[in-house]
Design a protein around this ligand. Structure first.
Ligand SMILES: [Ca+2]
Ligand SMILES: [Ca+2]
Length: 363
């Protein structure tokens, strides 16, 4: 089937647009007023006017039931309930404050519980993993005390790291602060749509309009990027396409709170990149956007790569590499990634994308 046939496929259907975001949680407006009457009664106990009413009720019931010869049983039962309430109250008072989660099983010898975890009881210096760092030392990756190099650079694995490098978990100097923050950016997780138009479950991505889908390179329904068309060398076997919506979109959010300290120090940059493209002479296109959010989820800044235009591709089907770099805004705690695919011609949205990536680096 060629592209013109695919674009007029009678089986093509348009999925209803769906709202973005996740459903909210309804909260009853009268929730604070909905108190259990029994709970309120128990709360006042036997004191005051309510308590006197309770006593009179006990006496009244006892008097009436005396005539039936079972007063002692009822009075005893009420007294038992009253005492149970008192016992419950006393029991609550005896409850001790729970220990922090990290210290519930106690701490090893020469350790103290602070900040919810056991740390060495350092007489000098400061805790660092299982060690106590001396004044001249710095705490490396929160696990190891090391002496910085003479010029202040970081000592890592017996060498001094470069000015823009960090010491990674393997104890090697590395200029990359993070791995790719975009999960399943290569469209390889999950199955491909059989025809490149029907929606499929796309792991790690949410907020889809139902339009974005996955197709295999060289899909035999025709008109799709081939394994040897322009695109990433390590393209795998699948790529994202836009289904049959005019505008298709999907999102995912990555936390970067573990890098809060260097980000707030203003020394962290990002590299946003991806292979983006389209079909032949059609103007269908894709854009990848990174939205930097603070701890409250408010936007601090955004950047994007793409689209790759028809002219960029010389009207040839394929995907081209695009990247953008910049400084991660101070205060960033998460980054929301949005892939937007826009149809220009035909019924298939041929906004293609693969190998989407965002890494943070020391600048
Ligand atoms: Ca791929
Ligand atoms: Ca198209």
């Amino acid at each position: 089937m060629n592209e013109s046939e695919r674009e007029t496929d009678p089986q093509e259907r348009k999925e209803p647009e769906q709202p973005l975001g996740r459903p909210g949680f309804a909260v009853a407006a009268d929730e604070p007023a909905r108190r259990d009457p029994l709970e309120r009664h128990a709360a006042v106990g036997g004191a005051g006017e309510n308590g006197r009413r309770f006593d009179r009720l006990t006496q009244l019931l006892a008097g009436r039931l005396d005539r039936r010869g079972v007063a002692g049983v009822v009075t005893g039962a009420l007294l038992t309930l009253s005492l149970a309430g008192d016992a419950s109250g006393k029991k609550k008072k005896k409850n001790k404050k729970k220990k922090p989660v990290g210290c519930r099983n106690g701490c090893p010898p020469n350790h103290i519980c602070t900040g919810g975890r056991c740390v060495p009881a350092c007489t000098t210096g400061r805790p660092c993993g299982a060690e106590c760092c001396r004044n001249a030392e710095v705490c490396l990756n929160n696990v190891q005390c090391v002496v910085p190099c003479n010029d202040g650079r970081l000592r890592c694995g017996g060498v001094c790291c470069g000015p823009t490098e960090i010491c990674n978990a393997a104890n090697e100097c590395d200029d990359a602060l993070s791995d790719n923050l975009i999960r399943n950016g290569d469209a390889e997780s999950g199955s491909a749509s059989p025809n490149g138009r029907t929606p499929v479950v796309i792991p790690d991505w949410t907020g889809t309009t139902g339009g974005t889908t996955v197709v295999a390179y060289g899909n035999t329904t025709g008109g799709w990027p081939e394994p040897d068309d322009p695109g990433p060398d390590d393209r795998g076997v699948q790529l994202f396409t836009g289904g049959n919506h005019g505008v298709s979109e999907m999102t995912q959010t990555a936390s970067v709170s573990e890098f809060a300290a260097p980000i707030d120090g203003g020394s962290i940059g990002y590299e946003l990149s991806g292979f983006l493209g389209g079909f032949g002479g059609q103007g269908d296109r894709a854009t990848l956007t990174a939205i930097f959010l603070d701890g409250d989820g408010d936007e601090l800044d955004r950047d994007s790569v793409g689209p790759v235009t028809t002219a960029d591709r010389n009207s040839a089907t394929g995907l081209l590499f695009r990247s953008a770099t910049g400084a991660v805004p101070v205060g960033t705690r998460s980054i929301k990634f949005v892939l937007t695919q826009t149809r220009s011609s035909g019924t298939s949205n041929d906004g293609y994308a693969d190998n989407l990536s965002c890494v943070l680096r020391v600048t």
